[in-house]
Design a protein. Structure first.
Length: 230
């Protein structure tokens, strides 16, 4: 079974101080994007990597960063699109024909672990589509016009994360149909859901957080240091 991982640096133009995009800021011993790439590069069940970047940052990545942090399985660096879905599609168009499974991962989630990657692969192989997700921990309220109208059963609510894993033909149909209908989903799973196909939840650890603020960086760094502890 062949597996390709697409790592998407969506929203890379957003800054958190300074001039570098957040995915290029240092997290521990390397830029944040390389933590996510390293997890897939070292995973024994992933065969190749495709990185999707905005065109204006490809030269910087290839010339300044990649020589310092080489990746064995990185086969292509692809120019992204305006929206996350467009970037995913651009990455998918570069997947080698005959690939069995495709994983899509957000570069802003640097601490994805090998076990979660493996369980997503297993679930997608069995069911066609699977995503990493974490159960909602807060009490959830349904609100209308500023007033609470009900309490949502949080036992039924999960927060979607990445990686999101799909059989090749499932993701192809979902992306093609969305393009035909000019539909923009919130993630890849939403494109599959609208086809009426099942998507399996793979519970992932809270360390698989999305880094979007300076506070998130501090939390990610703490998780990273915890991993290094004996």
């Amino acid at each position: 079974m062949s597996v390709t991982a697409i790592v998407v640096a969506g929203g890379i133009g957003k800054r958190m101080g300074g001039t570098l995009p957040k995915q290029f800021l240092p997290l521990g011993d390397r830029p944040m994007v390389f933590h996510a790439l390293k997890a897939f590069d070292e995973h024994p069940r992933v065969d190749e990597l495709i990185l999707v970047l905005p065109a204006e940052w490809i030269d910087h990545f290839e010339g300044e960063l990649l020589p310092r942090f080489p990746l064995r399985k990185l086969k292509k660096i692809v120019k992204g699109g305006e929206a996350r879905q467009d970037s995913t599609r651009q990455g998918f168009l570069n997947v080698v024909p005959g690939t069995d499974l495709v994983l899509v991962h957000d570069a802003a989630r640097p601490l994805i672990d090998a076990e979660t990657i493996g369980r997503c692969i297993d679930a997608a192989q069995d069911d066609g589509a699977a995503i990493a997700a974490t159960p909602a921990s807060d009490t959830l309220k349904e609100v209308r016009e500023g007033r609470i109208v009900g309490t949502v059963d949080r036992g039924k609510i999960f927060q979607a994360q990445t990686p999101q894993a799909f059989r090749f033909e499932v993701l192809k149909e979902a992306l093609d149909r969305a393009a035909e209908n000019n539909f923009q989903g919130t993630d890849e799973a939403s494109l599959v859901e609208r086809l009426g196909k099942p998507v399996t939840i793979v519970e992932s650890p809270r360390s698989n957080l999305k880094v979007t603020t300076p506070e998130d960086f501090a939390v990610a760094l703490a998780f990273l240091e915890e991993r290094k502890s004996p």
